[in-house]
Design a protein around this ligand. Structure first.
Ligand code: NAD
Length: 452
């Protein structure tokens, strides 16, 4: 079998690397318009940082895993085509700021129709609004050839930072398709692919629309838990309850469960916000404004949490950070990734810059170029200093804001860091990651989410 994956991003790259590793009888070609991204996939400096990814890519690359910009050729040769391109929030026209921009999906469908090369199974791997497969089907049905196309939905549930673990041992794989004979055959083909390493009991098959909607729903539920505990964190601060104690107490209820109950400065990443906005937009479109408003509130609570965090910084630092220097630890939206898309660090830093603070940033994986682009500032902007270590970033600052839960921040010599800072030295733990006793012992004025 030959597979082509269009889109060599955070999903396409790791997912296809895992398929190539597990299915030695399958040839996998990942294609992208972005030449520099493909060049990186063909080097040891991969465009995506994920623990364990480089080893897997190196094992399969050049054998049954290929990265290329020869999109048409890869489409022509493939039996199965995964579409794994980005589906960002639309930034123009109708649905601006809410709907998913499906132009990249549509371009892929048109390209597949144009290129031809035999009967094909086309799989939506990207997260898309429910009924997108209808659009893909219609474009393919108008192709100027006699080939037949089956469209499936196979959304990806990996989490960045744990992508390899998630792909190797997923909670489930979801495949949606038509219940026609050809639809069933196509589903079976893709089921067989995953069954190379995943127990068939974990492979769920549904109709197309259920599969598409399940992905949006899963992200909405996950983000909702974060916003729920963050909402309670504000009440904890007002009342003297401790949010971690509350989370622990409720998480032991088996109906609630302990995961995704960690209060923080807020969720980020390229998916949660865009997918909830999209879900909410869909609800409005289908005449369900109450449902739309319900989900929209999850995003609003996240915005509130980020601004509340900056307000706490301001309050603790005598209502001004103007001219002060603030250290930012962690710029990615979570640990173990180099992805800074929609990271809460962006909002926090932008607000601090508006308040005329200087910021010194250290992140174990995010590049200076990404930080500058995310903050929409000039490379020469003297308010930002990019640092190579946590210790260097803290040097001479009035406060540290910890925004991502990288393990290395737990292992720092806090006495040493404290001694290099202006006094009083503040520490704002946006992840409740660091042992408060260690910090207090060092002399920091500590402020944590959901704690007084
Ligand atoms: N990042 C995640 O953790 C995650 C998890 C699950 C699902 N998803 C979903 O998967 C999809 C992809 O996400 P991502 O994070 O990998 O995005 P990404 O931006 O990292 O990668 C998308 C890639 O597609 C390429 N591309 C766009 N149009 C193209 C075209 N016409 N031909 C060839 N290449 C094209 C882009 O150049 C880019 O490299 C999105 O729908 C996202 O919502 C993402």
């Amino acid at each position: 079998m030959k597979i082509c994956c269009i889109g060599a991003g955070y999903v396409g790259g790791p997912t296809m690397a895992m398929i190539a590793k597990k299915c030695k009888d399958v040839t996998v070609t990942v294609v992208d318009l972005n030449q520099s991204r493909i060049d990186k996939w063909n080097s040891d400096d991969l465009p995506v940082y994920e623990p364990g990814l480089l080893e897997i890519v190196k094992e399969a690359r050049g054998k049954n895993l290929f990265f290329s910009t020869e999109i048409d050729q890869a489409i022509k040769d493939a039996d199965v085509i995964f579409i794994s391109v980005n589906t960002p929030t639309k930034l123009y026209g109708s649905g601006k700021g809410k709907a998913a921009d499906l132009k990249y999906i549509e371009l892929c469908a048109r390209n597949i129709a144009k290129v031809g090369g035999g009967d094909k199974i086309v799989v939506e791997k990207s997260t898309v609004p429910v009924r997108t497969a209808q659009m893909v089907k219609e474009i393919l049905s108008e192709a100027n050839n006699t080939h037949s196309y089956e469209v499936l939905s196979n959304p990806e549930f990996l989490a960045e930072g744990t992508a390899i673990k998630d792909l190797e041992n997923p909670d489930r794989v979801l495949i949606g398709g038509d219940s026609t004979d050809n639809g069933k055959k196509a589903i079976e083909k893709v089921v067989n692919l995953y069954a190379h390493w995943i127990d068939r009991k974990k492979i769920i098959t549904t109709n197309l629309w259920s599969s598409e909607l399940s992905k949006l729903t899963a992200n909405a539920f996950l983000a909702q838990r974060i916003s729920s505990i963050n909402a309670i964190s504000a009440l904890c601060e007002a009342t003297g309850a401790d949010v971690d104690e509350v989370a622990n107490a409720i998480g032991t209820d088996s109906r609630i469960g302990p995961k995704f109950l960690k209060s923080s400065v807020g969720f980020g990443g390229s998916c949660f916000q865009k997918d909830i906005l999209n879900l909410s937009y869909l609800c409005k479109h289908f005449g369900l404004p109450e449902v739309a408003n319900y989900w929209n509130q999850v995003v609003e609570m996240n915005e509130y949490q980020k601004s509340r965090f900056v307000q706490r910084i301001m309050d603790a630092m005598f209502n001004t950070v103007s001219g002060k220097s603030i250290c930012i630890w962690g710029f990615a939206f979570k640990k173990d990734t180099n992805d800074a898309r929609e990271s809460p660090a962006i909002s926090v830093c932008k607000r601090l810059l508006e308040e005329q603070a200087n910021i010194r940033i250290y992140d174990p994986q995010v590049s200076k170029a990404t930080i500058i682009e995310s903050l929409s500032i000039d490379e020469s902007d003297s308010r930002l200093t990019y640092c190579e270590s946590a210790k260097e970033a803290a040097q001479g600052t009035h406060a540290i804001a910890l925004l991502t839960e990288w393990e290395e921040f737990k292992k720092i010599d806090y006495d040493d860091v404290y001694s290099s800072m202006q006094k009083p030295a503040h520490f704002f733990d946006g992840r409740n990651l660091i042992d408060p006793d260690v910090l207090k012992h060092s002399g920091f004025r500590l402020s944590r989410i959901g704690k007084v």
